[in-house]
Design a protein around this ligand. Structure first.
Ligand code: R5P
Length: 291
């Protein structure tokens, strides 16, 4: 197998290739003055099994189009099979028609990638696993939560309380609890489908005097974490950390979260930033090796 280093995940792709012992293939990419993308694979892919590592965080559309172009270039240049390693899969949250007149974005993205030449896909903590059923090729998601929890164990937070900010993320808190060895629980979150506004509420949680780590798949505007941190402080948590797989951290999200009394934000390199303190490379290289 050879690893194509997609422009949005060059560093992560290099780490995966090194850990797995696979050859790296660079890509030349550029954006034309009118905003269109250009890519060129700079190495041979003929008769090879290829994995392209390309995350699709902001700018999502450019990163997605570049991934499709690279997959197409790989196939045109003789690649046998193309696996897309997409650490953060854009548009995965629109995985059904919530309101009449909508589309199912994640299905459209998968269909587009398939048409371009992608034969299978590996992603990390897709927002809802059911969405994989909409893909026209084999697709799997792997969880980085044990890696994040292990990071906190190594920081001395063993037995911290793992909190999910909504019921849908309780499985995430349960995965974290299995590593941390403490307790876990969840808040309730309701979203208005028209305005996008969310409200959070909590039953009594056993967090008084405890270190609490909020685990989520995504931090976007930070509103969910800010609301959760406020509830945790009111209920007597001594220290609150926030961690997620995909740290989109839009606008002033980071500042708002820290202002809400959160000690630190920890995310993975699915979305590269200064908060990416945990690398997905061991997880993704092991997943490739296992295939
Ligand atoms: C939603 O259900 C997700 O799991 C996250 O909780 C959400 O995307 C976080 O968004 P924000 O940071 O904007 O509150």
């Amino acid at each position: 197998m050879k690893i194509i280093l997609g422009p949005s995940s060059k560093e992560l792709g290099e780490k995966i290739a090194e850990l797995a012992g696979y050859e790296k293939v660079p890509v030349l990419s550029k954006i034309f003055p009118d905003g269109e993308s250009y890519v060129r694979i700079e190495g041979s892919v003929k008769n090879e099994e290829i994995a392209i590592v390309q995350t699709t965080c902001k700018p999502q559309d450019t990163n997605l189009v570049q991934l499709a172009f690279i997959a197409n270039a790989a196939k045109r240049n003789g690649a046998k099979r193309v696996t897309a390693i997409i650490p953060y899969l854009a548009y995965a949250r629109q995985d059904k028609m919530f309101l009449e007149g909508e589309n199912v974005s994640v299905e459209t993205v998968a269909t587009m990638l398939n048409a371009a030449g992608v034969d299978r896909l590996v992603t990390v903590n897709i927002h809802a696993e059911d969405a994989l059923g909409r893909f026209p090729f084999p697709a799997k998601t792997i969880s980085a939560i044990p890696l994040l929890a292990d990071h906190f164990v190594r920081k001395g937070c063993k037995e911290a309380f793992a909190l999910a900010p909504d019921k849908g993320a309780l499985y995430i808190a349960e995965q974290a609890k299995a590593v941390l060895g403490g307790e876990c629980g969840n808040l309730q979150k309701q979203r208005d489908r028209y305005t996008g506004q969310t409200t959070q509420s909590a039953k009594h949680l056993d967090v008084k005097g405890k270190v609490v780590i909020i685990f989520d798949d995504i931090i976007s505007t930070g509103g969910t974490i800010v609301g959760a941190a406020k509830i945790l402080k009111e209920q007597g948590a001594t220290k609150v950390f926030a961690t997620c797989v995909h740290g989109l951290l839009i606008g002033d999200a980071e500042r708002r979260i820290l202002d809400a009394g959160v000690e630190e934000i920890v995310s993975t390199d699915s979305v590269p930033s200064k908060n990416s303190k945990v690398s997905l490379a061991p997880l993704l290289s092991a997943a490739l090796k296992a295939h």
